[in-house]
Design a protein around this ligand. Structure first.
Ligand SMILES: *Cc1c(COP(=O)(O)O)cnc(C)c1O
Length: 359
């Protein structure tokens, strides 16, 4: 049987070159090499260099490898917040970030927004003594994408507060002003089209300083994955623990492939595929778009309301070799989510839309 195409919003379709790179990795014995070896240093250093180049990360920012994006949320709270954090909550992933603050015993506040909506940023009041503000730039649960200019305006209004941005389902498409941000993170099983089990956390010098300040005051910033421990190893092209060496190797290869393709081409193709998909859904009477405001509709996670239920449609597509995402959580049976990542090509997207035409 033909291999199915995964349009699920994570884990998702593998980037087309992943299989080839895995084969090479085995030929090169990557799964057996020591994480203290020169070969690993080389892979680490090159992966960091390419992530920097692809996403436009300043040289002064450190890049850490973790196990997941969820871990990044916990590490960020532990290392940058003594007492108070402030979270924009507009879906399940942003809510998780807020909840981690609470679980770690912080005085975390949330600006709670309606699902599928965003706010007028000028009217949001941030508690003045917040130490960290968090944004989930692309809410994978609802398909809302926060405008970058809104994140920037908060940074300009509150220059002393650290800013964290979750870009798990918008990387590498999203184009961020890193100088205005402090902690930016993602995992690799969505936009990079890799197997799961690797998180990447990008931190500003200010965030590293804040972690040291907390640590020097005798507060706990964690243990082997405190910013301090990660930073010391990072400077030696290493990680505190034995990391996911195979996935770091693959990320190095995929960022190389993406750089070769060109980030602008990736962004343009993402825009073109999103436009096709959105126009198609808008032309249908049996579907509607969950996010009403077109300005905040995600280009990388398209959430479709299906008033007559989603499971039959998902099954129909599955029988034809296309795996779609259900709605998230409570919306499971009422929505379909379709990912639009670099691994998804126009040809397959058109075939998927043709399947919808035969419903
Ligand atoms: C999937 C996702 C996460 C969680 O990623 P893990 O790698 O499972 O920890 C966090 N934030 C967003 C926006 C996501 O889409």
């Amino acid at each position: 049987m033909k291999k199915p195409i995964f349009f699920t919003p994570g884990p998702s379709q593998l980037y087309p070159t992943v299989e080839k790179h895995i084969k090479t990795a085995f030929e090169e014995n990557i799964p057996s090499i020591s994480h203290r070896s020169a070969r690993f240093h080389e892979i680490f250093q090159s992966a960091i260099k390419r992530i920097r180049k692809l996403l436009g990360v300043p040289n002064s920012y450190a890049i850490f490898f973790l196990s997941s994006a969820t871990e990044a949320m916990e590490r960020i709270i532990q290392n940058t917040v003594e007492k108070k954090s402030f979270h924009f909550v507009n879906g399940s992933f942003s809510k998780k970030f807020y909840q981690i603050g609470i679980d770690l015993g912080k005085n975390s506040c949330a600006e709670n927004l309606e699902m599928g909506e965003w706010c007028d940023i000028k009217n949001v009041r941030i508690i003045p003594d917040a130490e960290l503000i968090t944004f989930t730039q692309n809410e994978t649960s609802t398909g809302v994408s926060i405008p970058i200019k809104d994140i920037e305006s908060i940074s300009v209004r509150h220059p002393k507060i650290l800013i964290a941005v979750d870009i798990v389902s918008s990387v590498p498409y999203v184009n961020l002003p890193f100088e205005k941000l402090d902690c930016v993170f993602f995992s690799v099983q969505k936009g990079f089209g890799l197997p799961s089990g690797l998180g990447v956390l990008i931190v500003s010098p200010r965030a590293v300083e804040k972690a040291n300040f907390l640590k020097n005051r005798g507060l706990s910033t964690g243990s082997y994955h405190s910013f301090d421990a990660l930073y010391k190893q990072y400077q030696k092209y290493q990680t505190p623990e034995t990391p996911n060496v195979l996935n770091i190797y693959l990320l190095e290869k995929i960022t190389k492939d993406m750089l070769h393709k060109g980030i602008q081409n990736i962004r343009n193709e993402t825009d073109e595929k999103a436009a096709l998909l959105y126009d198609f859904i808008e032309s249908r009477t049996d579907f509607s778009l969950f996010v009403n405001n077109s300005q905040i509709r995600s280009k990388t996670t398209i959430v479709i309301s299906t008033p007559h239920g989603s499971q039959e449609i998902i099954q129909f597509a599955k029988n034809r070799g296309y795996i779609l995402g259900s709605g998230y959580g409570e919306m499971k049976d009422r929505q379909i989510r379709i990912a639009n990542f670099p691994a998804h090509n126009m040809k397959n997207l058109k075939k998927l839309l043709n399947i919808f035409n035969h419903l």
